[in-house]
Design a protein around this ligand. Structure first.
Ligand SMILES: Nc1ncnc2c1ncn2[C@@H]1O[C@H](COP(=O)(O)OP(=O)(O)OP(=O)(O)O)[C@@H](O)[C@H]1O
Ligand SMILES: [Mg+2]
Length: 296
């Protein structure tokens, strides 16, 4: 398969490929998260509020897709995860979200997620989007958001339930979902079907679907692929708004103009390993990063 040469600082052509759900979570979901003090590493300071990966490894047979990768995202922060095609970025998202078997540790707000499957991680506030902009094909956008919101709703028997009627709850849920679509600038598409929309709008809709789950952190796999430059600039504003509301974002993206404009930190992977991390300015000037892209 041909590789694309994309140099940091340049907006390269974006690439989208179909995603495969690789393997099953390595263990069943735990109901409760034990707290941990083991989630420390030499890579980042321990933070009780953040999302952390410590020493993650992902392999597919003999292919080592991720080798000893550690990273951290704080609430309200946008961290970029970049690297040439095949670097292991999607595999990292697969591992963090519980879709790929992995070793190493993932913690959320100080709680260990190891052993918690994708649905459990989503309920705890960690959701992802897919490189292929996976949406419910037989549902309109707003219905898809309703389903996503209901899938991750915790409980149903608390004070919220007893104080409000079912109808009141669904009205206020709908108002929230419409606000999400407005925030992402796609509220006019709420009654459209995914197949009617161009890829760029489907990818933005997949971000809305992730937000419908009321997440603490979202792992975004090439959300701007398919957007033209003005749309990407608009999308950057939307991502900042999402972060401003307190949600932490891990942004996998080939569009360097987007990464460099919205991320406070950038982690660079190549051949499964982290080769550099720092501010966007530091990354753009890093010779190891330039070499990795030029040699890809
Ligand atoms: N299901 C799989 N089976 C075998 N190998 C896989 C599988 N999925 C990914 N790989 C391999 O793992 C490595 C990392 O792939 P991954 O998709 O994580 O890279 P990526 O950084 O997301 O690339 P891209 O920018 O092209 O999306 C690659 O060598 C890839 O070929
Ligand atoms: Mg990928």
């Amino acid at each position: 398969m041909g590789r694309e040469l994309r140099k940091p600082g340049f907006k390269g052509a974006t690439k989208v490929s179909g995603d495969v759900v690789r393997g099953t979570p390595r263990s069943t979901e735990a109901e409760a998260l034990p707290s941990t003090e083991a989630a420390t590493s030499d890579a980042e300071p321990a933070e009780a509020t953040g999302l952390r990966a410590d020493g993650l490894f992902v392999s597919y047979g003999g292919v080592k897709a991720v080798t000893n990768v550690s990273l951290a995202v704080q609430p309200g922060q946008i961290v970029g995860l970049i690297g040439p095609n095949g670097a292991g970025k999607t595999s990292m998202i697969d591992a963090l979200s519980g879709f790929a078997p992995h070793t190493g540790s993932v913690t959320l707000g100080g709680g260990v997620l190891d052993g918690v499957g994708p649905a459990g991680r989503a309920r705890l506030g960690l959701v992802r989007t897919w490189q292929s902009a996976d949406l419910f094909r037989d549902l309109t956008l707003i219905d898809g958001l309703r389903v996503a919101a209901s899938q991750t709703k915790v409980g149903g028997s608390g004070a919220w339930s007893s104080m409000k009627s079912r109808r009141e709850r669904s009205q206020s849920d709908d108002a929230r979902l419409l606000q999400l679509l407005e925030m992402l600038g796609i509220d006019h598409l709420k009654d459209r079907w995914p197949d009617e929309l161009p890829l760029g709008q489907r990818k933005v809709a997949s971000v809305a679907r992730a937000l419908a789950c009321n997440p603490k952190f979202i792992l975004l796999d090439e959300p701007a692929a398919g957007l033209d430059p003005p749309e990407t600039a608009e999308f950057a504003l939307r991502l900042r708004q999402v972060a401003h509301s307190g949600t932490g974002l891990l942004l996998v993206e080939h569009d360097m103009s987007l990464v460099m404009s919205v991320c406070s930190r950038v982690v660079v992977m190549s051949a499964g390993a982290v080769i550099a991390q720092g501010t966007p300015l530091e990354i753009q000037a890093d010779q190891r990063v330039l070499d990795a892209y030029l040699g890809a």
